[in-house]
Design a protein around this ligand. Structure first.
Ligand SMILES: [Zn+2]
Length: 696
């Protein structure tokens, strides 16, 4: 393929099911609107009376009379553009706010948790807003906000979105409404793609290289922008289908929101390396007359992240550390588990250092908070929620509650439950509480039965046999479904689906169960996961992906060591069995050297060394190697053109080539949904695009 696996994930998928021949696209890309009053899937079900009853309970018990978020969300509105769609350079729709307009009809949807529907409406923010005189935000152009600080001569841009196209549209709109000014600096608040990917829409790389434009980032930014999502990249990309509901139509029965914004944009993702790195815990810079104090907050929402205090504005920029949701301690797409206690402590530092005098707090998602009392209220609520998550879960763990129980036991304190800013949209209380135990104690619950369990497909047939076969399980599953006992129903139906992956009746009933559980979720990540699984159980993994274009920046930002590490992941040990060799690799233009060894079916590398007795020495400039990593020129072609020089046994190189596997995005998540070949063949030494980290 070209280079576009990641973009297929965010891409436009057109799906046809059965005779209905309904065609639509979903995910981050262009969307054919669906009728909000009708389910988009022929097998889809409306919310059951149990689901409706639960939603009604929430309507009575949550603090819906606290309307302050709606006032803050609207405050400072300047203008909205006269368009709702932003086109990508490749021609497709990169962004479409119009596809969610049904949320503004004033209707309560019983297929959406009322708290989530509220958040989904708040995230319909669209256009240019004044945060304070001289500080502006464009919201609703991408998953994140893009912020503009007016300096003496130009704009300082905080967090230039995911896509070049959406960032450029935002800058154009700001210049149109507030007067044309050059961008003099860009600040990346952290290492997730929705905060840097659109940088090429606001600055030229040449101006960054010459130092004319400053690009400022927290320490560790470049490493984490790339490495966090390479090693398990293909699995993460596939799991995004679930967490982000990439294939779900935008509908009350499908995708409604993504907690920190509507969705991710499907445009051109790039990365210009920063030329100013903030290394100390606190560092002050004046750029274009604007004084900024940066607070590094590593180990919070991202491994490299920083807040910013603007003393001349009494304004505090909370990056993605404080937004209008409790965030992911564990991200369902897959990521290292985060540290809830450290996150809470960094909010506390910000509260004591800046929060006591701040008059406005704004962030890379959601809407600002004004007035010192309100700011302190929000900071304390978030500080306490993360701290309690850590402390409360460990309190239970120290009394023997395990990772397989804690989500049914742990409760957020009642006073926090009644504060909107402490609700858990992005990270659910369920998956975050399990994550805390995972961080400290790992996945094992201490019962030897679960230490080396059978794989589910191996244990399921025994259960099905002992339960008396498929018919009995389906009858009981239907009974439980009819009683609204959905989590009980999934226990037994899941066993049947594993034992009989071709049993469509079982898959359809499990899909019905998943759907009701999905409708009942406050967290869109959890909702999407259930609804996407239901979708695949009913229709299989869709085919027909139209990938988007992306720039080569993410590959260029990968070190040679990381590329070699990933060759080790791609190595098929069975093909390597019995073989052993050593390769010296040198890239003269940047002076790097590596010794690469294949032994014991394992490929390792070490930087800064050369083996004395290498079977083969490969010499190629890093600049040329990048062309191969990007898939533009194959390694064979590099050899033929003389750009790669081989000294020693060419056979070693030929052997290695045949041992490398390319991962396909179309692997099954649920049994019997039909693995599909979604990733066209790549050149042997081409590097796959890292997974998208948008949204943390
Ligand atoms: Zn973000």
């Amino acid at each position: 393929m070209s280079i576009l696996k990641k973009l297929m994930v965010m891409g436009v998928f057109t799906i046809f099911f059965g005779s209905a021949s309904m065609a639509y696209a979903a995910g981050g890309g262009g969307v054919i609107p669906t009728d909000p009053t009708n389910h988009f899937h022929p097998k889809g079900k409306v919310p059951s009376r149990y689901t409706v009853e639960l939603q009604n309970q929430w309507r009575k018990t949550l603090p819906f009379d606290d309307q302050r978020d709606f006032e803050e969300q609207k405050k400072g509105f300047i203008a909205a553009p006269d368009y709702k769609q932003i086109k990508a350079e490749a021609g497709h729709v990169a962004w479409d706010m119009g596809s969610y307009e049904w949320l503004l009809d004033g209707k309560d949807f019983d297929s959406i948790h009322p708290s989530l529907q509220r958040q989904a409406i708040l995230n319909m923010n669209y256009g240019l807003y004044e945060v304070a005189p001289g500080i502006y935000q464009v919201r609703g152009f991408d998953l994140a906000n893009i912020s503009f600080i007016r300096g003496d001569t130009g704009w300082i841009v905080f967090d230039p979105l995911t896509a070049k196209e959406t960032a450029k549209a935002a800058l154009d709109f700001v210049n149109e409404k507030l007067g044309e000014r050059p961008v003099v600096a860009v600040v990346y608040s952290h290492s997730h793609a929705d905060h840097f990917g659109g940088v090429r829409g606001v600055v030229d790389e040449a101006d960054v290289r010459s130092g004319k434009v400053k690009v400022i980032a927290p320490v560790g930014f470049m490493d984490h922008a790339v490495s966090e999502n390479v090693y398990a990249g293909n699995a993460m990309s596939r799991r995004l289908f679930f967490q982000y509901g990439v294939l779900l139509p935008r509908s009350p029965f499908g995708h409604v929101d993504q907690s920190i914004g509507k969705n991710t944009a499907a445009g051109n993702l790039g990365l210009i390396p920063p030329n100013v790195i903030i290394k100390k815990d606190f560092e002050t810079l004046t750029v274009d007359g604007v004084r900024m104090e940066f607070q590094n907050t590593p180990g919070t929402e991202a491994p490299a992240e920083m807040n910013t205090w603007f003393p001349d504005f009494n304004a505090f920029w909370a990056a993605e550390n404080i937004v209008a949701t409790i965030h992911n301690i564990y991200t369902l797409r897959g990521a290292l588990v985060r540290d809830a206690l450290e996150w809470s402590k960094q909010i506390n530092v910000a509260l004591y250092k800046y929060g006591r005098q701040a008059e406005v707090m704004f962030a890379s998602h959601s809407w600002p908070r004004w007035g010192n009392e309100r700011i302190q209220e929000v900071m304390r609520a978030q500080r306490d929620t993360y701290a309690h998550l850590n402390n409360g879960v460990l309190h239970l763990a120290n009394q023997g509650v395990t990772i397989n129980q804690v989500h049914n036991v742990y409760e957020v304190p009642k006073s926090l439950q009644q504060q909107w800013t402490a609700r858990s949209y992005h990270g659910s209380v369920a998956h975050n509480s399990r994550a805390v135990i995972n961080r400290y104690l790992g996945y094992w619950d201490g019962n030897p039965t679960t230490l080396i369990p059978l794989s589910p497909e191996d244990s399921a047939p025994l259960y099905v046999e002992m339960m008396g076969g498929a018919d009995k399980i389906i009858a009981k599953g239907q009974e439980l479904y009819d009683q609204g006992q959905y989590r009980h129903a999934q226990e037994i139906l899941n066993k049947l689906v594993y034992a009989e992956p071709q049993n469509q009746e079982a898959k359809d009933l499990l899909a019905d169960v998943f759907e009701q559980i999905g409708y009942q979720q406050e967290s869109p990540s959890v909702r999407n996961s259930f609804l996407a699984a239901a979708y695949e159980l009913r229709s299989g993994i869709p085919e027909g992906a139209s990938p988007k274009s992306t720039g080569p920046d993410m590959i260029r930002a990968m070190t040679t060591e990381l590329w070699l590490d990933f060759l080790g992941v791609r190595l098929d040990s069975r093909k390597a069995g019995g073989k052993a060799f050593t390769i010296n690799l040198a890239t003269p233009d940047n002076g790097e050297q590596f010794a690469v060894e294949l032994s014991n079916g394992t490929l390792t590398n070490i930087e800064g060394f050369q083996a004395d007795d290498a079977d083969l020495t490969i010499t190629i400039d890093r600049a040329d190697l990048e062309a191969t990593m990007m898939g533009a020129v194959s390694f064979d072609e590099q050899i033929a053109s003389g750009k790669a020089k081989l000294n020693g046994s060419r056979q070693v190189y030929e052997d290695l080539k045949t041992m490398l596997v390319h991962f396909d995005l179309g692997f099954e998540m649920m049994p019997g949904t039909g693995a599909r070949d979604l990733t066209p063949e790549e050149k042997p030494f081409q590097q796959e695009q890292p997974a998208d980290t948008s949204g943390g």
